[in-house]
Ligand binder design. Structure first.
Ligand SMILES: NC(=O)c1ccc[n+]([C@@H]2O[C@H](COP(=O)([O-])OP(=O)(O)OC[C@H]3O[C@@H](n4cnc5c(N)ncnc54)[C@H](OP(=O)(O)O)[C@@H]3O)[C@@H](O)[C@H]2O)c1
Length: 333
């Protein structure tokens, strides 16, 4: 396909000037450009952005550059396009600047055209972007959740269908908390099935015998929670290490103390990056959009209205201020 170019007339300085500047020191240039000019509508606040606020070396992402706008996932409207794949008026999502308007190239930004507009547009800064689909919990597992307020714990149990949940800020012993909730699940399961003896007794009548059936965790929290998960893992369980949000703001990270469990329980622990799985994104959309339209997905958003509230919304993530996916509405369109 022939590249469509956008005319971008600009003035260059031809050379360094001494004394009074002359018009002839400058020159008009007419340069074609395949950039896309965006009006930003919604910005996504994500915990990984905290890492980009530090000087990173050898990371899969780059640090933000002081003096330049922060970047992140967002939904935008195309105002002008020098890229033949995008037309004026298209709605898109991808990496954009934390600014009202951005000039991007489609490849650098990973711009996607939004085809299905019968779902709320801001869903493309969360459940419908290719970053979020990493976080979808398995549909066949028992799930124990944790959150930092009673309101969120209630949401997990009563709205999101978690089997059990607890407030990690109120627990003195996370190992015991995880164990307690898993045991609750087993007991409830057995009560419903009317077989009170099945799991107990498999390992000298201990709680350990129960837990090994259940824990298979995705500890995107790291720190003390990861240590507690390791102790509660089932034999030959798997851990996908997605992030370490509890460590981002510490001067010195806490370290992991229960790695010996990897040996005794033959656990496989592996790093996970959603970008390794982007090829599955179209399949994900195929699966999730009908589920959303059918009302089968419970999704809670926390929308901060107004660009001026973006810094506060981002910082709030690290104090647990958001209830649901944090989005900033810059403009309605
Ligand atoms: N590797 C990848 O490819 C990939 C892809 C997607 C996401 N991620 C990462 O996955 C993590 C979760 O993303 P998200 O979008 O789900 O973020 P989110 O909506 O902000 O959720 C973060 C969760 O962590 C909890 N939390 C924060 N500090 C904690 C602590 N010290 N101990 C225990 N829990 C704590 C929060 O609970 P409260 O709010 O109640 O405190 C909240 O439930 C992030 O770190 C993100 O960067 C990684």
């Amino acid at each position: 396909m022939a590249e469509k170019m956008m005319n971008n007339k600009h003035i260059i300085l031809k050379h360094y000037v001494e004394g009074y500047p002359k018009e002839s020191d400058m020159e008009f240039k007419n340069k074609g450009s395949n950039v896309v000019i965006l009006k930003n509508l919604y910005l996504s606040c994500d915990p990984y952005m905290r890492n980009r606020m530090s000087k990173l070396e050898g990371s899969y992402i780059q640090s933000f550059t002081p003096g330049y706008p922060i970047t992140g996932y967002g939904v935008s409207k195309v105002l002008k396009s020098g890229d033949s794949n995008f037309q004026e008026g298209d709605l898109v999502w991808g990496m954009t600047g934390w600014e009202e308007y951005s000039i991007v190239t489609a490849t650098q930004s990973g711009l996607f055209k939004i085809h299905d507009k019968n779902v709320p547009l801001f869903y493309y800064t969360g459940i419908l972007d290719n970053y979020y689909f990493a976080g979808m919990p398995g549909m066949t597992a028992y799930v124990v959740g944790s959150a930092g307020t009673k309101e969120k714990v209630d949401l997990l149990k009563n709205k999101f269908g978690f089997d059990e949940a607890f407030n990690y800020k109120e627990e003195k012993d996370l190992v015991a908390a995880l164990k307690r909730e898993a045991v609750r699940i087993v007991l409830e399961e057995e009560r419903l099935c009317g077989k009170l003896t099945s799991h107990f007794g498999t390992e000298s009548g201990s709680v350990k015998g129960v837990l090994k059936t259940f824990f298979n965790s995705n500890p995107n929290v790291g720190g003390k929670m990861l240590d507690a998960v390791l102790v509660n893992m089932k034999l030959c369980g798997r851990i996908a290490v997605c992030e370490m949000i509890s460590q981002y703001n510490l001067e010195k990270t806490e370290g992991v103390h229960n790695l010996f469990c990897l040996i005794t329980k033959r656990i496989r622990m592996e790093g996970f990056l959603v970008s390794d799985h982007y090829h599955l994104y179209p399949k994900y959309l195929e699966m999730i959009i009908p589920q959303i339209k059918g009302g089968n997905v419970v999704y809670v958003l926390d929308i901060a209205e107004g660009f001026e509230n973006a810094p506060n919304a981002l910082v709030g993530l690290f104090y647990g201020c958001n209830v649901g996916k944090q989005v900033v509405m810059v403009s309605r369109e």
